[in-house]
Design a protein around this ligand. Structure first.
Ligand code: DX5
Ligand code: ZN
Length: 220
C-alpha cells in the first residue's frame, strides 16, 4: 500500500500569524507544506509571492510544495524553485509547459503540473513523461473550503493507471476539498499526497488533532 503524504495548505490559516501556523503543521506531523500562490489573473484572488515563501522558509524545515495559480508562471520561477522541494504550474496558465518544468528543475526543485477540473488528462499527455508530480485539482482553484468534485477522483484513478502502465515517475497529488470523510477515497484513487486546507486549519480543532484525524482516516 502506498504511503500517502499530507500537505497542509496555509490558504485557510491565519495570514497574520503565518510562521506560527506553518510551525503548527510541522509540529503536528505534516509531511509537506502546500503554499498557494495566486496572482489575481489566473484566479481572482491574490495571496502572496516569493517574499512570503522565503520568509516561511526561514520559519520551518518542512519541504514546500508551491502551487502557482499564476498566468505565465515561467516568468518568476527562480525564487520559488530555490525555496521549494516541488514547484507546480498549471497547464492552463502557460503555452510553454516544458520550458516551465525545465526552469523549475534548473532552479533546484522538482517540477509539477496541475490540472483544473475542466481540463482533460489529454492536456498533459506530452508533459507527463517530464513531470515529477501531477496535481489533480478536485475544486476550481481560488479558495479553500470548497467541496470536492467527485468526478475528479475518477480522473485521478485514470491518471494512476496511465502512470503505472507506462512506468512514469510522476507522483499524484489531490488538491481541493479533502476531508476526513473522503481522504480514504482519495488515496484509493491513487494519490501519493493530499493537500488539506480547511480540514487542517479550522476553528473546530487544532492543527495536530486535525492531522491525526486525517492520518487515522487513511490508515483505516
Ligand atoms: C485551492 C487551493 C487549495 C486550497 C485547498 O485553490 O489550490 O490548495 O488551499 O483548500 P481546501 O482543502 O480547504 O479545499
Ligand atoms: Zn493548492
Amino acid at each position: 500500500m502506498r504511503t500517502v503524504r499530507l500537505a497542509p495548505s496555509i490558504l485557510t490559516a491565519d495570514f497574520g500569524r503565518l510562521a506560527d501556523e506553518a510551525r503548527a503543521a510541522e509540529a503536528g506531523g505534516a509531511d509537506l507544506l502546500h503554499l498557494d500562490v495566486m496572482d489575481g489573473h489566473f484566479v481572482p484572488v491574490i495571496t502572496f509571492g516569493p517574499a512570503v515563501v522565503e520568509a516561511l522558509r526561514r520559519a520551518v524545515s518542512l519541504p514546500f510544495d508551491v502551487h502557482l495559480m499564476v498566468a505565465e508562471p515561467e516568468r518568476r520561477l527562480d525564487a520559488y524553485a530555490e525555496a521549494a522541494a516541488t514547484v507546480n504550474v498549471h497547464v492552463e496558465a502557460t503555452a510553454h509547459v516544458h520550458r516551465a518544468l525545465d526552469l523549475i528543475r534548473r532552479g533546484g526543485a522538482e517540477a509539477g503540473v496541475c490540472l483544473n477540473p475542466g481540463t482533460p488528462l489529454a492536456a498533459i499527455e506530452e508533459s507527463l513523461p517530464e513531470a515529477d508530480q501531477v496535481t489533480v485539482m478536485t475544486v476550481n482553484p481560488g479558495w479553500g473550503g470548497q467541496r470536492l468534485i467527485p468526478s475528479q477522483l475518477d480522473k485521478a484513478a485514470r491518471l494512476r493507471e496511465t502512470i503505472d502502465a507506462r512506468g512514469y515517475g510522476a507522483r499524484i497529488q489531490i488538491d481541493g476539498g479533502v476531508t476526513v470523510a473522503n481522504a480514504a477515497r482519495c488515496a484509493a484513487a491513487g494519490a501519493d499526497a493530499l493537500v488539506c486546507g480547511g480540514s487542517v486549519y479550522n476553528e473546530r480543532a487544532g492543527v495536530a488533532e486535525n492531522l491525526a484525524a486525517l492520518r487515522a482516516a487513511l490508515d483505516g
